[in-house]
Design a protein around this ligand. Structure first.
Ligand code: PGA
Length: 247
């Protein structure tokens, strides 16, 4: 299975910044044989621009969120169908920053993932425990609840991606060790298969302070199928090191 390295630009980047970063990465992707599938997830108003720049380069583009409904009276929200129409193929749903900032529940995340599937997008469904939950030894319980609650029944290894992002490792510089990462990835693969879904080919990404210097160790962990990269995805050289670190 090909690894997936996804850059989550979050709420960063002007038009000029996005243009330069996307063009740089598109050129890199075209020039060599990349060791992974590459995905860029800019802010919604930049999707069209970035999709246009990446067209023909092999780099995929995705959004950072979508609404649960296909259309309607939801001011400020974004329809999955429109994301697809703009040339995107992925959408991140249930990122811990959205769960925290917007009170998104597992049920809402699952409905968003279902909307993504209806639109022909691949949802990247994020799960992960907080520092407090980890301290209390609740990691596997939280992961089981989030996977069961957030992943649609119609999800398969071929149409969806799961990202394990321990909240305490996001943007903190604290990287989870192989001993933290491998058991959770194994658990997620197991939970997915247990539910009767077709689990073959399921990519489970790791996210949380992944950078060029730690990527090789993380990507070599059992059950890890790629990375969801925040901060380091804004630096083309470091992001490309992560792509090159895929086994
Ligand atoms: P980070 O973010 O790489 O900056 O820790 C990862 C993410 O939130 O997806």
């Amino acid at each position: 299975m090909e690894y997936l390295i996804a850059g989550n630009w979050k709420m960063n980047g002007s038009v000029a910044f996005a243009q330069e970063l996307a063009a740089n990465l598109a050129a890199k992707n075209k020039a060599g044989a990349p060791r992974a599938a590459v995905l860029l997830c800019p802010q919604a108003p930049l999707l069209s621009l970035v999709a246009g720049i990446c067209a023909g380069s092999g780099i995929a583009v995705g959004a950072q969120d979508c609404h649960t409904a296909d259309k309607g009276a939801h001011t400020g929200d974004i329809a999955a169908g429109l994301i697809a129409e703009l040339g995107c193929s992925y959408v991140i749903v249930g990122h811990s920053e959205r769960r925290a900032d917007h009170g998104e529940t597992d049920a809402a995340v699952r409905a968003k993932a279902e909307a993504a599937l209806r639109a022909g997008l691949t949802p990247i469904i994020c799960v992960g425990e907080t520092d407090a939950e980890r301290e209390k030894g609740q990691t596997s319980e939280v992961i089981a609840r989030q996977v069961k609650g957030s992943v649609p029944q119609a999800a398969t290894g071929g149409n969806c991606v799961i990202a394990y992002e321990p909240v305490w490792a996001i943007g903190t510089g604290k990287t989870a060790t192989v001993a933290d990462i491998a058991p959770v990835h194994t658990q997620i693969h197991g939970l997915f298969g247990e539910s009767g879904r077709i689990g073959a080919g399921l990519r489970v990404l790791y996210g949380g302070s992944v950078k060029g210097s730690n990527a090789a160790t993380i990507l070599a962990c059992a059950g890890v199928g790629g990375a969801l990269v925040g901060g380091a995805s804004l630096d083309p050289e470091d992001f490309w090191k992560i792509v090159g670190a895929c086994p």
